[in-house]
Write a protein that binds this ligand. Sequence first.
Ligand SMILES: *[C@@H]1O[C@H](CO)[C@@H](O)[C@H](O)[C@H]1NC(C)=O
Ligand SMILES: *[C@@H]1O[C@H](CO)[C@@H](O)[C@H](O)[C@H]1NC(C)=O
Ligand SMILES: *[C@@H]1O[C@H](CO)[C@@H](O)[C@H](O)[C@H]1NC(C)=O
Ligand SMILES: *[C@@H]1O[C@H](CO)[C@@H](O)[C@H](O)[C@H]1NC(C)=O
Ligand SMILES: *[C@@H]1O[C@H](CO)[C@@H](O)[C@H](O)[C@H]1NC(C)=O
Ligand SMILES: *[C@@H]1O[C@H](CO)[C@@H](O)[C@H](O)[C@H]1NC(C)=O
Ligand SMILES: *[C@@H]1O[C@H](CO)[C@@H](O)[C@H](O)[C@H]1NC(C)=O
Ligand SMILES: *[C@@H]1O[C@H](CO)[C@@H](O)[C@H](O)[C@H]1NC(C)=O
Ligand SMILES: *[C@@H]1O[C@H](CO)[C@@H](O)[C@H](O)[C@H]1NC(C)=O
Length: 443
Amino acid sequence: KMTSTFLLIGHIVLLIPLLSAEECVICNYFVLVGEPTAISCPIITLPMVHPDYNLTWYKNGSVTPVTVERDARIHQREGLLWFIPAILEDSGLYECHVRRLNHSNQKTIKLTVFKNDNGLCFNGKMKFEQKVTSTNTGKIICPDLDIFKDEDNNQPEVHWYKECKPGFLEDKRLLLAEGENAVWIHNVTVQDRGNYTCHMVYTYMGKKYNVSRTVSLEVKEGPRRPEFIYPKNNTIEVELGSHVVMECNISSGINGLIPFWQVNDEDVDSFDRTYMEQFYEERMPHGLAVSGTKFNISKVKVKDYAHRFFCHFVYGTQQFTAYIKLERPARNIQGYLIGGGVSLVFLVFFTLFVYKIFKIDIVLWYRDSCRPFLGKKVSDGKIYDAYVLYPKNRESCLYSSDIFALKILPEVLERQCGYNLFIFGRDDLPGEGKLSEEKLHSS
Ligand SMILES: *[C@@H]1O[C@H](CO)[C@@H](O)[C@H](O)[C@H]1NC(C)=O
Ligand SMILES: *[C@@H]1O[C@H](CO)[C@@H](O)[C@H](O)[C@H]1NC(C)=O
Ligand SMILES: *[C@@H]1O[C@H](CO)[C@@H](O)[C@H](O)[C@H]1NC(C)=O
Ligand SMILES: *[C@@H]1O[C@H](CO)[C@@H](O)[C@H](O)[C@H]1NC(C)=O
Ligand SMILES: *[C@@H]1O[C@H](CO)[C@@H](O)[C@H](O)[C@H]1NC(C)=O
Ligand SMILES: *[C@@H]1O[C@H](CO)[C@@H](O)[C@H](O)[C@H]1NC(C)=O
Ligand SMILES: *[C@@H]1O[C@H](CO)[C@@H](O)[C@H](O)[C@H]1NC(C)=O
Ligand SMILES: *[C@@H]1O[C@H](CO)[C@@H](O)[C@H](O)[C@H]1NC(C)=O
Ligand SMILES: *[C@@H]1O[C@H](CO)[C@@H](O)[C@H](O)[C@H]1NC(C)=O
């Protein structure tokens, strides 16, 4: 019993809403019509139920205390003033009187019962304001639900709505917080601002009542995550002996975040005494800052090509790294390759062109110059280079065309020029009539 009393006290302390209790002259409380609420006396902090004093609630101006009957719509119980549920007419002033043995005190509170705004599931005047920071993880908390336990001291299930519509939890960035009346938001964006309503059904004396809270969520612009401007894990080509400025810079919304260089797992000035880092930080508009470090390599040495130069900065618990690598300029092999390729293609085309036009001459020249070594094998794939038709005169062998075709032509063309001729009457063997047609075709 003791523990449950203490638990109750713990909850009630949490319940004191929105205001610094002692400071308000008349403390304001709000409830939506039709919903239950329980009001605590602002001058009592700890503990609410205590043998040393008696706490009594009165309606403003009344001398009779509010009833302690648990089934009355308005009653007082365990130091709280209950409305189960509130109706519009309950709006008004209430007093809590605290009596000690030698001392008494009292406080007036104001309760306002609101209706939902037209078409909405909440009233804009009674929203809880909460803030989250963009890009970070944030949390929306459904406040002041702790006293609404069912008979088994369990909290009824809470349902969430955004702009009075369910389903926004389908976004994978949003997650119900286990065991809490809260929602986690990962990677907060400005789109997450809005009116979030949490809703549960509270059962009292066998009757069900809605309990809802609406949180107006604001999204604050978080500090910009720092990021490298330069380097970008790149290589640069530098000649041996040339002068290079090695610069690393970051942009961020955080002041005093200065990067530093390392190479071969040591600071650059340990790697080479002449590598003196110079740090700088510049304020930019919109709360941004650019900070950086640079050092001169006045003459690039061979060892500078051997390592990556790493630039680091530490943000939170994380170290961020980017590097740059120096490289000797490569010979322009590519240029040669491209030039060579072009001329090769040109050469091939030129060759084909020449071959097409002077094909016969080339074959003949080739045949001529190679005949001594290759004998008859040299050929362009054809059996004959030309065929000779002439008017046949079988009657007289002395006929001039016969003599020309069979004697002079072969003498000049075949012996002196190297042509292979097909001559009717000489190369058409008997019974080869069909074959010679094919031979002609392929000539
Ligand atoms: C509180 O009220 C009860 C009876 O209602 C009374 O017996 C008790 O003495 C009171 N205590 C104080 C501190 O006034
Ligand atoms: C509260 O009670 C005081 C005195 O009894 C009275 O003067 C005042 O008008 C009442 N206020 C309300 C809002 O009932
Ligand atoms: C009330 O009485 C207690 C002792 O019972 C005493 O310690 C305390 O100072 C008194 N308070 C006032 C305000 O007189
Ligand atoms: C949040 O953003 C980070 C980096 O942009 C990403 O790796 C992570 O998956 C995101 N988380 C969720 C829940 O979307
Ligand atoms: C939240 O509700 C108010 C009305 O109370 C409305 O004017 C406002 O546009 C809503 N916010 C968003 C982000 O929809
Ligand atoms: C409780 O709210 C639901 C919608 O969320 C509504 O349908 C129902 O009528 C409400 N119940 C009471 C008793 O107001
Ligand atoms: C960051 O460093 C790069 C590389 O040296 C330089 O070109 C650029 O101007 C620097 N940016 C700022 C804002 O200093
Ligand atoms: C780098 O060399 C330039 C001149 O080339 C000089 O102005 C600058 O101060 C040097 N920086 C460092 C860090 O030594
Ligand atoms: C650059 O290289 C570092 C170290 O190798 C690595 O941690 C980082 O993720 C790289 N950054 C990018 C943009 O690739």
